[in-house]
Write a protein that binds this ligand. Structure first.
Ligand code: NDP
Length: 243
């Protein structure tokens, strides 16, 4: 992977940030995207210890016009070899009849539409160069619906389906698409889900040791390093004791 270039969405914390470090260790040049500008700037500073280039873009993956603007700039400067479609979130936990519609919209717009918009911006160039690897961050929730998880689970089920659909679209090319579906990982994810309520956030990990973001980043590096004729299309990675 040395000297390849990777786009990582949602790079400012958790799995996206861990991917940035893991890829930098492999000598991969980075194009990092997320909404929080200061976090991106701090991350760029921290990554200066690695002999790779780091470019950052403040980007909300729900904004199609901005995505097209950003990728016009990216395409003018770089050949993108790897896309990690990681930006995503869960909001709330509860029955559909009590659900908050603005939360549903944010999850659907980020987890499904954002992933589609960014993929739409990247795949044509990958097709032209006839190479590339897209890693979509799905979830165990895409295969197992848990109580109260409804819209989030549905959004991650869509990530699984869209990953399969992209592989079908790309049959006959050298482009691979991998859906990585983690179980519970200890990131900012739960704090975001419960709007900063630490008690509710911590309760998610009761009774087992959660994955660390680095565990998932290591898996992604393994998947990306597979020989070109091997496409690891779907991976479920769980904390050993999570039920
Ligand atoms: P974090 O909350 O730590 O990271 C989420 C990242 O997504 C942040 O960098 C955030 O950055 C970014 N993000 C959120 N909304 C947007 C947006 N609209 N546009 C651009 N970036 C956005 O959580 P994780 O690292 O855990 O989550 C990463 C992915 O992993 C998500 O897709 C999540 O669904 C998935 N996942 C997480 C699991 C877990 O238990 N943690 C389990 C299974 C899957 P910023 O706020 O700066 O935009």
């Amino acid at each position: 992977m040395q000297n390849q270039t990777a786009v990582v969405t949602g790079a400012t914390s958790g799995i996206g940030q861990a991917c940035a470090f893991a890829l930098a260790e492999q000598g991969v040049n980075l194009i990092l995207m997320a909404r929080r500008a200061e976090r991106l700037a701090a991350l760029k500073d921290e990554l200066s210890q690695y002999p790779v280039t780091v470019e950052t873009y403040v980007l909300d993956v729900r904004e199609l016009d901005k995505i097209n603007e950003v990728f016009a700039d990216v395409d003018a400067k770089h050949k993108v070899d790897i896309l990690i479609n990681n930006a995503g979130l869960a909001l709330g936990l509860g029955n559909i009849d009590e659900g908050r519609i603005e939360q549903w919209e944010q999850m659907i717009d980020t987890n499904i539409k954002g992933l589609l918009y960014v993929s739409r911006a990247v795949i044509p160039k990958m097709r032209e160069q006839n190479s590339g690897h897209i890693v979509n961050i799905g979830s165990m929730a895409g295969g197992i619906t848990y109580p109260g998880g409804n819209v989030y689970c549905a959004s991650k089920s869509a990530v699984h389906t869209l990953s399969e659909a992209m592989n079908l679209d790309l049959v006959g090319t050298n482009i691979r698409v991998s859906n990585v579906a983690p179980g519970a990982a200890n990131t900012e994810f739960s704090k975001v889900r419960f709007d900063g309520n630490e008690t509710q956030a911590d309760a998610v990990y009761e009774g087992f040791t959660p994955l660390g973001a680095e565990d998932i980043a290591d898996l992604i590096v393994y998947i990306l390093n597979a020989p070109a004729h091997v496409n690891i299309q779907h991976t479920l990675v769980m904390p050993t004791a999570q039920r």
